[in-house]
Design a protein. Structure first.
Length: 538
């Protein structure tokens, strides 16, 4: 294992003459605006793809089991079918407990002709519908295909993002492996819910911003080399394609769940801070003013409208219909003050006001609801599915009975280690101004902190999938510090490698131990009890 580090901008060592590095990037490295980056060699790609392939095989293995609607699949799976039929959500005939068995058996005659009132935007449901279109609405492969795809791709993204963020291919592969063996990520990648899509698009946006940070610093060096003045605000950098790509991803994230709005705001602040840091390091006299006025204004003019346009485009099925929920509200309620606004947009605004009222007022008690204070310590995971079988039934050969359970309990080593890593990140960011620590904390805060404002709501532990990538990144960052930089002694480095390697192996073993309750395997009741490490897990 090569020595790795996760320190400040100039920390990760690499060979400056690596053939994969362009002269333009090297100029930014020489100017102190970027860190050297290890090239993605054939062996590096082999390791990255091996971790991704292993994660994908685990997620697709027996993906169709159990062949029944699990937890909130009862909503989003049927809504996906509605999209394929009408372009919007259709109401159901009867209660979920009555029609779900019929639906799972292939009887699609469970919909009314009237629209249903739903409280989440369409993107995630369209993505679920894509799998149903391929495999058929009666197939549980179809229900879960899209989440398994993006769950697998997110492992690939984690490897590449961690490598670029931390400056080490070894740390990148480590992050991808830890991400793939976490219970929350694993179960959510096998269940037709929306939250995996929220995580995927937020992580994709973060990756785009990392590339934008590099692109912007390279452009800044080029502008300075071309004679741009460093007095005042410094040079403008013009249109930034990776920033636009990040905005598209954030529009899709927000179009899945509104929590994407918080991510977009946090990432906007992060971009401004990165731009100010680049200008300050380059010697611009007023770096923050330049970041805001030279890059920020143009960025907002591109960033915000792109998010809005992508979000509105996700409602196309509702717009082109005549029967979507509240679709005709604008026509039925003319406005004296806003008559210039198209009826369709006023209808959508009214629909959104109703959705917001639902979200802030949802307080129906649920046996598996949890407070966000408990999420990082895995205080109350959500049981998605459980079936108890007596001896002699359903293949149970144990006198005490058996069970099939799906519970997205996070890997304790990853989550508890990630919690400790948060304090390391805060320390490094506050004292060393390590931009990597700040970036990880920003992603974590964007996905986690807003939930503390809604503690009165009925919310669940599995919402944590949205910020899990930054838990893993923070943990990997801390593991990089354990290994140490190139400057440490050989003995110190060896002990660090052994400690980190042991931790990763133990995390894999914990995942293997918990695997039966992630996948509804038939296990004795006593085996289920052996996996209840905390009182809230039962």
């Amino acid at each position: 294992m090569t020595r790795v580090t996760a320190t400040a901008e100039d920390a990760p060592p690499a060979t400056a003459s690596a053939p994969q590095r362009s002269d333009r990037r090297q100029a930014a490295v020489d100017a102190g605006l970027l860190s050297p980056l290890e090239p993605l060699t054939r062996w590096a790609w082999t390791a990255v793809l091996a971790v991704t392939t292993l994660g994908g095989l685990l997620r697709f293995w027996r993906l169709d089991q159990p062949h029944t609607l699990v937890f909130d699949e009862t909503y989003y799976v049927k809504q996906g079918v509605s999209y394929l039929r009408a372009g919007y959500e259709l109401a159901w005939i009867g209660e979920a407990k009555d029609i779900d068995p019929k639906f799972a058996a292939g009887d699609m005659n469970v919909f009314k002709d009237s629209p249903d009132y739903v409280v989440h935007p369409p993107v995630g449901k369209w993505m679920i519908a894509f799998g149903e279109w391929i495999f058929g609405p009666e197939s549980s492969w179809g229900w879960r295909f899209s989440v398994a795809v993006v769950g697998t791709l997110s492992i690939l993204m984690m490897c590449l993002i961690a490598r670029r963020l931390l400056g080490s291919t070894v740390l990148g592969v480590t992050a991808g492996l830890l991400f793939s063996v976490d219970g929350v990520q694993f179960v959510m990648s096998r269940t037709g819910l929306l939250d995996t899509f929220v995580m995927f698009w937020a992580l994709a946006a973060f990756g785009c911003l990392l590339l934008d940070r590099e692109w912007g610093r390279i452009r800044l060096v080029e502008r300075i080399a071309a004679g741009a003045s460093l007095d005042g605000l410094g040079p403008g950098l013009g249109f930034r394609p990776w920033r636009w790509a990040a905005a598209v991803c954030l529009g899709l994230c927000t179009g899945t769940k509104w929590s994407g709005i918080f991510v977009a705001f946090a990432f906007g602040v992060l971009m401004t801070c990165w731009d100010a840091g680049a200008r300050r390091r380059a010697g611009v006299w007023n770096p923050f003013g330049g970041a805001v006025l030279r890059d920020g204004v143009l960025g907002v003019l591109i960033f915000v409208p792109t998010i809005v346009v992508v979000y509105l485009a996700s409602w196309t099925g509702w717009f082109v219909s005549s029967g979507g929920y509240d679709r005709q509200w604008g026509a039925d309620n003319p406005s004296r003050h806003f008559g210039f606004v198209p009826d369709a947009l006023r209808s959508l605004w009214h629909y959104h006001s109703e959705m917001y009222s639902f979200h802030v007022g949802l307080d129906t008690p649920h046996p598996f609801q949890s407070n966000p204070w408990s999420w990082m310590v895995l205080g109350r995971p959500t049981a998605f599915y459980y079936e108890w079988l007596d001896f002699g039934k359903g293949g149970c050969t144990v006198a005490g009975g058996c069970g099939r359970i799906i519970n997205p309990i996070g890997n304790p080593l990853i989550w508890w280690g990630g919690l400790l890593a948060v304090f390391v990140l805060l320390f490094r960011w506050a004292l060393s101004r390590d931009w990597r620590a700040g970036a990880i904390l920003c992603g974590l805060a964007a996905g986690y902190l807003p939930w503390f404002h809604y503690q009165h709501r009925t919310i669940f532990d599995f919402y944590s999938i949205a910020f899990l990538p930054w838990v893993v990144l923070g943990l990997t960052y801390a593991l990089g510090l354990v290994v140490g930089p190139e400057s440490v002694s050989v003995r110190r480095h060896r002990y660090g490698v052994i400690a980190v390697g042991t931790f990763v192996v133990l995390a894999v073993l914990v995942f293997w131990f918990m695997y039966p309750i992630y996948t509804a395997e038939l296990i004795p009741r006593t085996s289920w009890s052996e996996r209840l490490w905390l009182p809230g897990w039962s």
